[in-house]
Design a protein around this ligand. Structure first.
Ligand SMILES: CC(C)(COP(=O)(O)OP(=O)(O)OC[C@H]1O[C@@H](n2cnc3c(N)ncnc32)[C@H](O)[C@@H]1OP(=O)(O)O)[C@@H](O)C(=O)NCCC(=O)NCCS
Length: 226
């Protein structure tokens, strides 16, 4: 069975060079795996006042039927990640973050593009998320993907007591949403290299969970630190 990392090992070196102008570092969107967690948590600690632990992310990766986690990689380094929890036809975005040195380079846009497309393949029709009311950057990002305010959770963020704005994107399986995503992808200044397309993500995640999908070195770069 071909697992996504095996594809990444090939495509990281071939596809981006073929598609991206010289001097430009390609951004690759791939399934999150255990060996990415150190990089993920480093970003998480900087981006989130109440950061998820490595153990928590690892637990999420052990639930592949109801979770979908992606990383954005540049030169094999994690520069961003996004996650989704699914229940029947509903998807709940659990987190999106980009390394501060790589923001405003369309990394989150690429992650959400792939997350939404894979979500639709899993039968998700409506997608929701919470965002701090003060987080103008994220709100604008989500608005571009068709999310609209749907309510407020009072005092949701315990660190500051700030309210969460609940946003919804309904009917993401419809053609107008596919057109929206195509428009966002067409506007990217660099091609999106999507290593999740056509991959059996569930099988790959299970292989990773039971160790048969270990990386090229045969090891997993994970230390439970919390
Ligand atoms: C929010 C976040 C994920 C955006 O990541 P990013 O890779 O910089 O986003 P993109 O480059 O794809 O931006 C897409 C669009 O979102 C909007 N946007 C992104 N950052 C913005 C900012 N600082 N101010 C205003 N608009 C912004 C813009 O419309 C942008 O398009 P443009 O650059 O063509 O104008 C990133 O700022 C981040 O990690 N923040 C900390 C964690 C966080 O707040 N996560 C969201 C939790 S709900």
């Amino acid at each position: 069975m071909v697992v996504p990392e095996d594809m990444a090992a090939t495509q990281d070196t071939v596809a981006p060079e073929a598609a991206v102008a010289p001097g430009t570092v390609a951004t690759v969107v791939a399934p999150m795996r255990r060996r990415h967690l150190r990089g993920v948590v480093a970003i998480e600690r900087d981006a989130n006042p109440r950061p998820w632990s490595q153990r928590l992310f690892a637990g999420e990766l052990r639930m592949p039927t109801s979770r979908l986690y992606l990383v954005a990689l540049q030169d094999h380094r994690v520069v961003g990640y996004a996650g989704l929890m699914t229940t029947l036809d509903e998807g709940h975005v659990t987190n999106v973050a980009v390394h501060r040195d790589h923001r405003r380079q369309h990394v989150a846009t690429m992650l959400l593009l792939v997350l939404m497309r894979r979500a639709v393949e899993r039968g998700v029709v409506d997608m929701t998320l919470e965002v701090r009311t003060s987080n103008a950057a994220a709100r604008e990002l989500y608005r571009r993907f068709g999310f609209a305010p749907g309510g407020v959770r009072k005092g949701y963020y315990q660190d500051t007591g700030e309210d969460a704005l609940i946003m919804w994107a309904h009917g993401i399986d419809q053609s107008d949403q596919a057109d929206r995503l195509a428009g966002l992808e067409a506007a990217l200044p660099v091609p999106l290299v999507d290593l999740t397309e056509g991959v059996d993500l569930l099988a790959a995640a299970r292989a990773d969970a039971d160790g048969t999908g270990a990386d090229e070195t045969g090891t997993d770069d994970v230390t439970e630190t919390d």
